[in-house]
Design a protein around this ligand. Structure first.
Ligand SMILES: [Zn+2]
Ligand SMILES: [Zn+2]
Length: 151
C-alpha cells in the first residue's frame, strides 16, 4: 500500500476512512497542526479532542462521497464537517471564517511521521480524563484484560 508518494517533486500525503469508501490525497505541508478540546470536537470524535492539520483546500483531492454536516460556530461562522456516511470516520472540517483551507483529522492519515502539533486550543473545556498521565498503565497493544479482572 502506498502511504506517501512523490508526485512531480511535490510531497503527497494520503489517508482514508475506517472502511475505505472515502480517501484523499493532500499536496505539501500543513499550514498549522492543532489539538482542539472544544465541545464540538469532543462530540464529533466521541473522545476528548481532535487533532487536525490545516491545509490549502486547493491541494486536497477527495475520492468517494463523504457525507456532510453543517452547523453554526460560536463565532457565527458555518462549520461544515465531512465524514464517511458508511463507517462514520470524521475526515475534514471547513469553516466559512477561514476560506480556502480545510482541516484534516490526523488520525485518518496513513502516515503522519514528523507531524507535530504547534498549538492546543479550547483548553478551557479539556476533559479531566484527557490529560497526559504517565502514572496510568499503558500497553503497546490491546492487553488480555476482562472486566472481571478489575484493575
Ligand atoms: Zn468509511
Ligand atoms: Zn474543536
Amino acid at each position: 500500500m502506498t502511504v506517501v508518494k512523490q508526485c512531480g517533486g511535490i510531497f503527497v500525503r494520503v489517508g482514508k476512512c475506517l472502511c475505505g469508501a472515502c480517501s484523499y490525497e493532500i499536496d505539501g505541508d500543513p499550514i498549522v497542526i492543532a489539538i482542539c478540546h472544544c465541545t464540538d470536537c469532543q462530540r464529533l470524535s466521541g473522545t476528548g479532542h481532535s487533532t487536525g492539520a490545516m491545509y490549502a483546500e486547493s491541494g486536497i483531492r477527495l475520492f468517494g462521497q463523504p457525507a456532510t454536516y453543517a452547523m453554526q460556530s460560536e463565532a457565527g461562522n458555518t462549520v461544515k464537517r465531512l465524514f464517511c456516511g458508511t463507517c462514520g470516520s470524521p475526515l475534514f472540517g471547513k469553516n466559512t471564517g477561514m476560506p480556502g483551507v480545510m482541516t484534516v483529522t490526523m488520525g485518518t492519515l496513513d502516515t503522519s511521521d514528523g507531524m507535530l502539533p504547534q498549538v492546543e486550543i479550547f483548553t478551557r473545556t479539556r476533559r479531566d480524563w484527557d490529560r497526559p498521565n504517565p502514572a496510568i498503565q499503558s500497553f503497546e497493544v490491546q492487553p488480555g484484560w476482562k472486566p472481571e479482572d478489575g484493575i
